[in-house]
Design a protein around this ligand. Sequence first.
Ligand SMILES: Cc1cc2nc3c(=O)[nH]c(=O)nc-3n(C[C@H](O)[C@H](O)[C@H](O)COP(=O)(O)OP(=O)(O)OC[C@H]3O[C@@H](n4cnc5c(N)ncnc54)[C@H](O)[C@@H]3O)c2cc1C
Length: 264
Amino acid sequence: MNVPKIVEIKDIIKETPTVKTFIFDWEVTEETPGQFMMVWNFHDEKPMSLSLIDPVKGEIGFTIRKVGKFTEAIHELGVGAQLGLRGPYGRGFEIAGSHVLAVGGGVGMAPLAAFAEEASRKGVDVDLISAAATQNELLFMDRLNRTSTNLRACTDDGTYGFCGFGTDLAQEVLESNSYDMIVTCGPEIMMKKIADLAEEYEIPAQFSLERYMKCGVGICGQCCVDDVGWRICKEGPVFWSDEVKLITEFGKYRRDAAGRKEPL
Ligand SMILES: Cc1cc2nc3c(=O)[nH]c(=O)nc-3n(C[C@H](O)[C@H](O)[C@H](O)COP(=O)(O)OP(=O)(O)OC[C@H]3O[C@@H](n4cnc5c(N)ncnc54)[C@H](O)[C@@H]3O)c2cc1C
């Protein structure tokens, strides 16, 4: 649906000091983990991944980190406040195999939480690595403990779980387990390292990419990536390893709102 649907915030979960999840009543039909929606606060509109897709309760949710003007304004809203939602858009994660490793960094855990729940419903075992800078920034620990066969947390500063980056823990886990697939979302530097590990261990992987988006529906060309010219909003945001290899800017740079290159 390309016209925003005006909805009321049904519930708000304060996940961490900088992250909140906003829940809405929504008739779930084709929504897939890894897809995003354009969230409109009547001043501006920004892409957000679906972090909750509950077809039984008829709910969807977005998990939003406060980083700038738009997200600060969203964080100010209370239950009952209205927002416009457009979507779902893009290509989400494919659920394949019977044993999957999911690696999320920071708010990149948002689509992976929805993925883990959907994969569990389909009988797939998901081993999850949730990485954050520090303990109080770890997302969804209680929620994902109910879903995942094996949830491991890691923090850069060692305040909880494994001390180090998610990629270090992923390497350790890959040494002692076999997987049919890896899925990942988080800082692109982290995902580039996961791409290298997936190649080394010969495991197909899916990556959820972020680029500056305006229309969200493939018209404006803002989120095109170099060489292949794919639109992240349309051909992505989720890409397989063999596709990501063709995106020459992956792990190196992205473009700002004016199309200027900015290093990652
Ligand atoms: C497909 C997709 C899914 C996303 N999912 C989530 C999510 O689940 N949770 C979450 O917290 N954030 C998510 N983001 C990022 C989110 O859209 C930006 O953090 C948000 O737009 C920042 O707006 P701001 O005004 O608060 O901050 P600003 O100060 O405007 O920007 C802060 C940072 O956000 C990036 N950003 C700003 N505007 C956009 C835009 N229109 N499109 C893409 N990036 C932008 C900027 O490049 C900058 O790095 C997603 C982005 C994409 C492309």
